[in-house]
Design a protein around this ligand. Sequence first.
Ligand SMILES: [Zn+2]
Length: 332
Amino acid sequence: MAVDDDKTKTKSQAKDFYYILGVSPNASTEQVHEAYSELNDKVGPYSEAANSDPETQQRTWRDIRAAYEVLSEPAKRREYDKNSSVFRQTTDVRALWTKVTSGVQNVVTQSQTQELKGASGKIQPQSLEMEVDVSLKEAVKGCKRQITIQDPKACEECINLKPVNRMQCQTCRGVGYFTVERTLDIELPRGLYDELEIRKTGQGKWDMRATTHGDLILKIKLAKHPVLNVLGRDIAVNVPITLYEAMLGAEIEIPTATGRVVMKIQPLTQPGRVYRLKGLGLAGADQLVTIDVLIPQQLTSEEVVLFRKLKDLAKENHNPRESLFTNVQQVS
Ligand SMILES: [Zn+2]
């Protein structure tokens, strides 16, 4: 058990500093400073977040400081780079800042409301996060989903009773509220991709303390496709063609996220050639078609005769491996 505990500890301590600062692993020291100063405004000790949600702010700020101390010092950063590749992208800190910074936005709107209405400070409603599974086709084309939300509704019989008496309420059996289902028809736009978050303001769960609806945050989960692979926003597919199609060119049908399309194979297409089909990937990115040339598995004696004849006729009868040897000679 002790060993397991140690493991968990190491894992939770190993953090992706690049992710925390929101910079790429190739970022210059200058960019690291910039990112840090931007975060200082958003979640630093003198930010609005420090007032609105001090606990999350302090936790987040600790991580940001730790990341900055390492990444802003070239020597420390090199050492970190050596040891960190395994756990990059595993922290949940980005989620924390979203929470903190959205808190800030809410605070801003709230203070504006206060100016308008003179209302006293309000409790912020909780957001509701939901995962939405979408297929590749839906991600490209957009889709509709019906979502059911369970809103709590205060029990009117006992809402004004003391907690002790509320326990005896027959209507809600002492819970204090009922759950009311609400269905939402959600239209997800075209151009979705994995991990995309779509925020529907004020459409989340009813928050009884805040007496308003929180936001609904839909997190897109892209389902795996049997033959199409997603590389970033591009969609990649390996397509086999025959030797004859490769040599003479052809028009072939290939699968895309939304159905079949016909594409042109140029004459003398080499194995491994990548064709880029514009706009057929995710969110307007491309589809990459990598060509695989199939050599016949069997030849009839007549074909052998014809291939020999072709070999004799071929213009390119040089040895394609010559350069392998000449290059070696140059080196040695
Ligand atoms: Zn009740």
